[in-house]
Write a protein that binds this ligand. Structure first.
Ligand SMILES: O=C(O)CCC(=O)C(=O)O
Length: 268
């Protein structure tokens, strides 16, 4: 596997026009992703009874193992293609669905939830398992990031989130599934409309979301007092945000009541 994972000009243009990018060269080999799943197993052991993988949220602040995944140079190379040379990492969360899980992720825009301005953030969705339409791959509405933020309403169904977009407020017929092999990743803009259906297969579906922002982005700490930025590429010419400390323990969890973004984000 090549060590440099720079985006081509064509890929950058696709992202800017469509708000997402897929079909990239994998960042991890099958052997590497197997080893990462073993590491994930160590974090899962730290969950309290009743907690799901989703509770592994911002543990890059407590687990050096997870911090190293979130700052892997091959991943950062791709992100640099979108955000440029100076950016920080601030969020991570597993989105897993057990076989036959009814859990869905309602259509939403990340930027509607996050107290971050301006909107200059990108999410990496790193596939820990193969993901396809049957096991509930994420879906996006291409180009929807250009239409601005749409008002969300309080959720009604099986979604793990607290807010959703109403049908009819965006063009649902254009949806595209982000099908990937384990070890691949997709990139998406913080304003793109996205979500995912239930897992109708007998296989797990699991991905790690990692959030990155350009250094011009400032967090409203009155809404997210625990927010910490980790400068992962370049330099911070703005000094807008408190800096995080790199954890020292390999596998350790954050306390269950720890929230980095607005507390109304996750329902379950
Ligand atoms: O994994 C999913 O289905 C949703 C992930 C998501 O909403 C996100 O990355 O912002």
């Amino acid at each position: 596997m090549s060590e440099r994972h720079a985006l081509s000009e064509e890929q950058k243009t696709f992202y800017s026009e469509n708000g997402f990018l897929i079909d990239l060269e994998p960042v991890f080999t099958p052997e590497e992703i197997s080893a990462l799943n073993v590491g994930l197993g160590e974090l899962v052991k730290l969950l309290e009874p009743g907690e799901k993988h989703m509770a592994i949220r911002e543990w890059h602040m407590s687990s050096k193992w997870l911090y190293d995944v979130c700052t892997h140079p091959r991943i950062l190379d791709y992100v640099e293609g979108i955000l440029g040379p100076n950016f920080f990492m601030w969020g991570s969360q597993f989105f897993a669905k057990a076989p036959a899980s009814k859990d869905t992720v309602a259509w939403h825009q990340d930027a509607y939830y996050w107290p971050l301005h301006p909107h200059n953030s990108v999410t990496v969705w790193l596939a820990f398992t193969d993901v396809d339409e049957e096991n509930g791959a994420m879906k996006v509405i291409p180009r929807s990031h250009k239409a601005g933020l749409i008002k969300h309403r309080t959720i009604t169904g099986d979604s793990v989130l607290a807010l959703e977009l109403e049908h009819g407020t965006f063009n649902e017929s254009e949806q595209r599934s982000l099908v990937m092999k384990a070890g691949q990743l997709s990139l998406h803009d913080d304003a793109i409309v996205h979500g995912s259906p239930a897992n109708t297969s007998n296989r797990w579906r699991n991905g790690l979301t990692i959030r990155y922002s350009g250094n011009d982005v400032k967090c409203d700490l009155s809404r997210s007092p625990n927010f910490k930025a980790y400068q992962v590429r370049g330099t911070d010419g703005f000094k807008h945000n408190p800096q995080g400390e790199i954890p020292t323990e390999t596998f350790a969890r954050l306390s269950p009541d720890y929230h980095i973004s607005s507390t109304d984000e996750i329902k379950k």
